[in-house]
Design a binder for this molecule. Structure first.
Ligand SMILES: [Cu+2]
Length: 405
């Protein structure tokens, strides 16, 4: 067992040593002694306040005498979640009445390589093994019923905060699962749009889990589908689900990325690196190159793609080089979409959708147009588009040649 989990000061059991609060306390003690000369103590107090808030949220609900929800009129369906960049099978226009959509997510802690060139790796904290976690799709008025399982072999507790939901810290207060535990949370999708979800165990564990990959997106479609400003229907042929992930990977005295034996072993080092607010990597779908080269996104001329961009922790400015955001929803799907966008905005802590119909073949780079992030930190995906070139839209009239000066 990693030594920081049990600092030797407290009588422990497997269940209570894995509580995020104890990990926070252990690392804070270790961190405080190592950095007391140059670190203010206030963040530790803020950390404690945040942890207490999460405890209070669960207590409130447990004390409630609320009536059971009326589930008559709902039909139960299962949604098979799939790994990004793909989307689960779904209807763009809802048929039948409202549904209770049953999904299952497993909190998987796994070592992933962030950058093959440098060997940078991270013990990623994930939902269903992927960064970002799987895309969930429902319609306004549906209920999402999540079974959240934390395998017995896990090192850490996890939970989930759905920004699309209402109450109990987005469900975060009701879903703390320790290794070997599961819980079921049901929430109603009342707001159409794209929303982030993330792990939020409390205190500094919240950014620690988020910055280790534990976030993803829910798309809540209007029951009658997407529309333009005039109310005309907008339909897509495919979805590209992209999660922007900031990592703060600790380095040793030589500047090499450190490696760790198990999830959580990097906790104290990571908190130190996170405090810089300067990510070492800011990648799409978990790793540098996860959506380029052999793994590039594919499309055809004439195909309409809905690009769903999740960014749980940092602001992002997606830009499709060589294309546009024909329709962009940074806010609710009930708001008129922005149109003809060159670059759009994804607020840290949110997800947004952009629709584009490809008009030319070739390779398009989908980047964070903070180009330092796009080109140097890993925030780039590629679309490879097949079809016939349109010289009306662009033509190389003269290829590069020497000229007399
Ligand atoms: Cu977690």
């Amino acid at each position: 067992m990693p030594k920081f989990i049990n600092p030797g000061l407290t009588k422990t059991s497997r269940r209570n040593v894995l509580r995020g609060t104890m990990l926070v306390g252990a690392a804070a003690m270790a961190g405080a002694s190592a950095t007391a000369a140059r670190r203010p103590q206030q963040p530790l107090k803020a950390d404690a306040i945040s942890r207490n808030l999460h405890k209070a949220a669960a207590t409130q609900v447990a004390d409630s005498t609320a009536k059971p929800a009326d589930l008559s009129g709902y039909t139960r369906v299962k949604q098979e979640l799939v790994a990004p960049p793909f989307a689960p099978r779904h209807e763009q226009i809802a048929t039948g009445g409202p549904k209770i959509i049953e999904i299952t997510m497993v909190t998987e802690e796994r070592l992933i390589v962030v950058d093959e060139d440098t060997g940078a790796s991270v013990w990623a904290l994930t939902y269903n093994g992927s960064v970002p976690g799987p895309l969930i799709i429902c319609h306004e008025g549906d209920m999402v019923e999540l079974t959240l399982r934390n395998p017995a072999a896990s090192m850490m507790e996890h939970n989930i905060d759905f920004h699309a939901s209402t109450g109990a810290l987005g469900g975060g207060g009701l879903t703390h699962v320790y290794p070997g535990e599961e819980c079921v949370l049901r929430w109603k999708a009342t707001k159409p749009g794209c929303f982030t979800y993330h792990c939020a165990p409390g205190g500094a564990m919240i950014p620690y889990h988020v910055a280790h990959g534990m976030n993803g997106a829910v798309m809540v479609l209007p029951r009658d589908g997407l529309k333009d400003a005039q109310g005309n229907p907008l339909r897509y042929d495919s979805i590209a689900y992209i999660g922007e992930q900031d990592y703060y990977l600790p380095t040793d005295e030589n500047g090499d990325y450190k490696t760790y034996g198990a999830a959580g072993d990097d906790y104290a080092d990571s908190l130190e690196a996170m405090r810089s607010l300067v990510p070492t990597h800011q990648v799409f779908n978990g790793a540098v190159g996860a959506l380029t080269g052999e793994r590039a996104l594919k499309a055809k001329v004439g195909e309409t793609v809905l690009m769903i961009h999740n960014s749980c922790n940092v602001d992002s400015r997606p830009h499709l080089i060589g294309g546009h955001g024909n329709y962009v929803w940074e806010s609710s799907f009930t708001d008129a979409p922005l149109t003809g966008m060159e670059t759009w905005f994804v607020r840290g802590g949110s997800a947004a959708a952009a629709m584009y119909t490809f008009e030319q073949p070739g390779v398009y780079a989908y980047v964070n147009h903070n180009l330092i992030i796009g080109a140097m930190l890993g925030g780039t995906a590629h679309f490879v588009v097949e079809g016939d070139w349109d010289n009306t839209l662009m033509e190389q009239v003269v290829e590069p040649r020497p000229f007399e000066s």
